[in-house]
Design a protein around this ligand. Sequence first.
Ligand code: SF4
Length: 363
Amino acid sequence: MASPQNLSELQFPIALVDELHELVDRPIRVMVICGTQTRALLKYSDEDILPEDLEIVTGPGCSICVMPAGHIDAFVKIGRQPDVITATCEDLLRVQGTKESLGTIKEKGALVEVVDSPMEALDLARKNPGKIVVFTAVGFEGAAPDVAETILEAASEGIDNFCVIPSIRLLPPSLDSLMSDPELNIRGLLCSAHIQSITDSQAYADLARQHHLSCAVVGFGIRDILEGLISIVKQIRSEKPVTTNPFNGVVQTEETIRNSRMMSEVFFAVETDWRGLGSIEGSGFVIRDELSIYDAIKRFNVRFIKGQEEIKCQCADVLSGRLTPDECPSFGISCTSKHPIGPCMVAQEGLCASYFRHIFGRF
Ligand code: SF4
């Protein structure tokens, strides 16, 4: 049970903790999809805020964690081409492909720059007219509108030394595939607002209905998370699964309609590979033929092929909720935040990295 004294010192929503403890009257497994929400829960794990019968399992909600070796191999292959500048996020530098990473080719002299956004990559192209700037577009569906907007801006300005490796993923199809495994026995899904598809706000509701799941879409604070868990448990108790989403009222703004239009102008959905989850229909994006000059995969005639992943790494089981990171034999021994073996130990919101920081107090 929660320790009220410690928690009140932390200005903690004790009433929500108590309500949750009162409500959980049977064993319930809930998947927390987002790595940031998992981190928030881990922060309070010493305070026993969750009832014993409420089991939280981790999900595939970190876009770096689910990056398969084959996609890193494609980034590396293109990054090694003459006159190419790879523009990427910092985390990707440390994700290993079959033999190399973007970090190792950078050490050997390839031009690899860290950028914070696709627009920054486009600026790099404007400043380097003699080079081709290749942006590694990773993330979930929420990242897609910015990439689409950047491609449309490049096209409207006639900038032809800029292109994108599309490796953005849609979460609902991967969850659909996971939830089809009866062994996982997941009863509820806690989703975060930022991973919710802008173009398809119904996606989680459909998923919940199809798999008889209770589902809540909430923010990242501990109060939001507890409210989400309470909502899920109430739905299970009442045997009326619905998707609760405080963001429903705001999803159809002018901005989201514009985002949705840009995304359909630039991308369409295809099958793509996920680390640990295999190939999933309709879970990736490719760039439409009319804009193929901005598709680095077509421009450099490279294909995403299956890569060799480190056999000691158990990321596949961690990402599908079958294993907690500290159950991996390499965790904290040969795999640390300084020397990550798998992608789950790389990003801040990576599942193994979150556990590592929580258990060892360092990153
Ligand atoms: S601890 Fe390291 S090796 Fe083990 S699953 Fe996580 S990233 Fe992979």
